[in-house]
Write a protein that binds this ligand. Structure first.
Ligand SMILES: CC(C)(COP(=O)(O)OP(=O)(O)OC[C@H]1O[C@@H](n2cnc3c(N)ncnc32)[C@H](O)[C@@H]1OP(=O)(O)O)[C@@H](O)C(=O)NCCC(=O)NCCS
Length: 214
């Protein structure tokens, strides 16, 4: 079954959110370097020195299976085609990537330290969920550190949560409650908006382990 999701870019907490594109690469690399090691560890669960190359390339590629969103500060309107104008900074990268089985999507959100706690993460999550739901993806996965229990509170409004535990890490699975009319038409997958992305939905898998319902 094929469906489409379409989302609108917008302004939140003084930043503009839009789909990530190749022109954002240098700004994202600079953002990574502004993040503290603790923030990087929470996102990637290891002491990585840069965005994983294949992850970043795919997040910026505008491919149907991977939605990358950036939050841009100092750029209320931005240039016509997306990208960055003078003085603008990328302060967050969020992504929703269809898993290899196509039965779920993996979420990842990174807000740089100085911009955390302003509602940006919650809004990026809302947009990722809306996108996934519009594409009829039934389940979302997010890997969080065990001590980040509070992130479950951000995910629970979107559906039934269960967790699979690995040392230090909790893989949260969210069975989405349908929220968006899947008959939405596809838009462009350009740089300036979030685009209309097409994903294939298959039956939800059963998972590797026995998840704990929460
Ligand atoms: C996790 C993250 C994406 C949250 O984004 P954010 O912009 O800081 O969060 P928000 O400001 O939208 O806050 C959302 C909610 O979480 C709560 N929250 C935020 N940071 C928190 C923290 N460190 N401890 C407990 N609660 C926290 C906020 O109080 C808010 O709840 P409220 O609306 O009821 O007040 C961001 O902190 C981040 O990038 N962290 C490092 C990477 C990471 O952990 N990513 C998640 C795994 S992929």
């Amino acid at each position: 079954m094929t469906a489409t999701g379409r989302l609108e870019a917008g302004l939140i907490a003084g930043v503009r959110v839009r789909r990530a594109c190749a022109d954002d690469r240098a700004a994202l690399e600079a953002m990574f370097l502004r993040c503290t090691p603790a923030t990087i560890y929470r996102r990637f669960h290891g002491p990585v020195k840069a965005f994983p190359a294949s992850y970043l390339t795919e997040a910026l590629a505008g491919v149907p299976v991977h939605l990358g969103l950036v939050a841009v500060s100092g750029s209320a309107s931005g240039p016509a085609g997306g990208g960055l104008d003078g003085g603008a900074r990328v302060v967050a990268l969020a992504s929703c990537r269809l898993t290899d089985s196509s039965s779920a999507a993996e979420l990842g959100v990174l807000v740089e330290d100085g911009w955390q706690g302003r509602g940006i993460g919650r809004e990026l999550l809302r947009l990722l969920v809306e996108y996934a739901d519009g594409g009829q993806i039934p389940e979302l996965h997010a890997q969080v550190l065990i001590e980040q229990d509070w992130i479950l509170g951000m995910l629970r409004p979107y559906g039934q949560c269960s967790s699979v535990f690995r040392p230090g890490v909790r893989e949260v699975r969210v069975q989405l409650r349908p929220r968006v009319d899947p008959s939405h038409a596809a838009g462009s997958a350009g740089c300036s908006g979030l685009g209309g992305l097409v994903v294939s939905r298959r039956a939800s898998g059963t998972g590797r382990n026995d998840p704990v319902n929460e």
